[in-house]
Design a protein around this ligand. Structure first.
Ligand code: HEC
Ligand code: HEC
Length: 435
């Protein structure tokens, strides 16, 4: 009887099984999280010590809050290894309980959903806001001063008014190789397939630094210049830890911001064993955070994880995904051992593109407008749990379909994709999950 039911079920399911599906996060060991291959012994030791710093959990005594989204870099940059993206269980839920009242969980934070940070599109007077509004406020449970009485922003109202947008953590693996690319290399690569882009309706442009004018590459809108600047900003915005790069508290309530600033500074003494460990002891945290990411290896693809991945990669090229998700770059001269003239495959042009009204978040950063996003680097996609800037889906197929909406530069490429036979679509999905 049971056999028959299974048989019937199998027959009923057969047509669905033929349609293309995302194989899901690739099982097996994390293909990421280690140091770049070829580093010297000292650089490797430095990487390992810096990684410990990246995993440090802060309390108020060492700078946490008064407002924050979580209490460690590695809490958000967690999967599939330290340095990555959002893990399967959102640590913001447990963190909210740890903090206790008056903190409550906003509706868009759930245990099985992605880690999110929130930006508001507009201020109450209608002028553009765009800034991060931290989820939580400090409490005595994590060492906060009892006199500090802050309240969370009104997230329920912001959601109701469609004024809240979300960002999930981007993985940081291999970002030292990205940091190495200079403007000429990026521009050359961008121009190399100009004919193909024109044919497909793809334009795009680089974001750049208002300070030194060079191309900026990091963040969902390529809004940030360097891993050090991102670390300084994240430490303050995400954790409220003031530092040499961002020395002022964002929350200035005198009952709350009682630590001397900056809260993280360069140590002038050390007493430790190896040279590399000593170096990390002298550095302030943000230098170590940046060093960990700069010396981390790109994710390792597993080409034979699924059938037909080589064909899938050909499809990826043929339909025009490479118009934005550029496959290869080559580093120039690098200060780090064995990292000069290295070919790597981030699958991004590091430019920003108009992605249409379906993905637009209404927030401008640098010269990226409210509809523009950096071509998300696709390396490591095989083990990713959440996709797109706001983590709206865990399904690759939906992430691809979301590229298409009024005004998107990807519309023609997505029609090419949609016109493919199911087998070719499946091969493309298999290829993406092999990365
Ligand atoms: C509450 C979660 C959270 C914490 C904690 C956090 N981050 Fe992030 N991180 C994010 C989000 C979200 C983004 C994407 C932000 C954007 O582009 O708008 C991001 C992006 C980044 C990037 C950009 C990588 C790239 O390729 O685009 C770097 C670098 C980074 N974070 C470093 C850090 C460091 C260092 C720390 C610790 C000081 C840290 N983050 C703590 C959520 C977090
Ligand atoms: C016009 C440029 C462009 C084209 C063409 C394009 N993409 Fe993208 N892709 C982007 C941008 C920009 C994002 C980030 C969008 C966002 O998060 O809102 C993205 C995100 C993604 C993501 C989610 C990655 C993540 O980190 O969450 C996947 C998967 C993806 N693209 C696959 C593809 C595939 C497959 C194709 C070809 C069928 C393709 N893309 C074509 C620009 C493009």
């Amino acid at each position: 009887m049971r056999m028959t039911c299974l048989l019937v079920a199998a027959i009923l399911w057969a047509p669905a099984a033929l349609a293309q599906t995302d194989p899901g996060p690739r099982p097996g060991p994390a293909g990421a999280g280690g140091p770049l291959p070829g580093l010297s012994a000292n650089e490797q030791a430095f990487f390992t010590a810096a990684r410990t710093n990246f995993q440090e959990v802060d309390t108020f005594a060492n700078g946490l809050g008064p407002r924050m989204n979580l209490n460690s870099c590695a809490g958000c940059h967690a999967a599939p290894a330290v340095g990555g993206s959002s893990p399967a269980t959102n640590p913001q839920v447990a963190f909210s309980s740890l903090l206790g009242p008056p903190n409550t969980l906003p509706s868009f934070i759930t245990a099985s959903g992605p880690i999110r940070e929130v930006r508001f599109i507009k201020n109450p007077d209608g002028t553009p806001d765009g800034g991060v509004h931290d989820l939580f406020v400090i409490t005595p449970n994590v060492g906060g001063p009892a006199a500090c009485k802050l309240t969370q922003p009104n997230f329920a109202e912001a959601v109701e008014q469609h004024n809240a947008i979300f960002r999930i953590p981007t993985p940081t693996f291999g970002n030292g190789l990205v940091e190495n690319l200079n403007d000429a290399q990026l521009q050359l690569s961008f121009n190399a397939n100009a004919g193909m882009k024109a044919q497909l309706g793809i334009s795009g442009h680089f974001n750049s630094s208002g300070n030194d004018g060079t191309i900026t590459k990091f963040g969902w809108k390529a809004q940030n210049k360097s891993l050090l600047i991102f670390s300084g900003e994240a430490y303050n915005v995400e954790q409220g830890v003031t530092n040499d790069a961002f020395p002022n508290e964002r929350e200035t309530n005198p009952n709350c911001a009682t630590n001397p600033t900056p809260e993280s500074t360069t140590n002038l003494t050390t007493g430790n064993t190896t040279v590399a460990q000593e170096a990390t002891n002298f550095n302030q945290d943000i230098v170590n955070f940046a060093a960990f990411m700069r010396l981390s290896a790109p994710p390792t693809p597993v080409p034979n994880a699924y059938p037909n991945t080589a064909f899938g990669q050909q499809v990826f090229v043929n339909v025009g995904c490479v118009g934005c998700h550029t496959q290869n770059f080559r580093t120039g001269p690098s200060a780090f051992t064995g990292q000069s003239n290295v070919t790597f495959t981030p699958f991004s042009d590091f430019a920003v593109h108009n992605m249409g009204e379906g993905l637009a978040d209404g927030v401008s950063q640098g010269n990226a407008n409210g509809a523009e996003f950096r071509s998300a680097p696709l390396w490591g996609l095989g083990q990713r749990l959440f996709f797109l800037h706001d983590g709206r889906t865990s399904d690759l197929l939906q992430a691809i379909e979301a590229h298409s909406s009024e005004g998107s530069e990807a519309n023609r490429v997505i029609s090419n994709f949609n016109a493919l036979p199911n087998g070719a679509k499946q091969s493309l999905l298999n290829f993406l999950r092999s990365l």
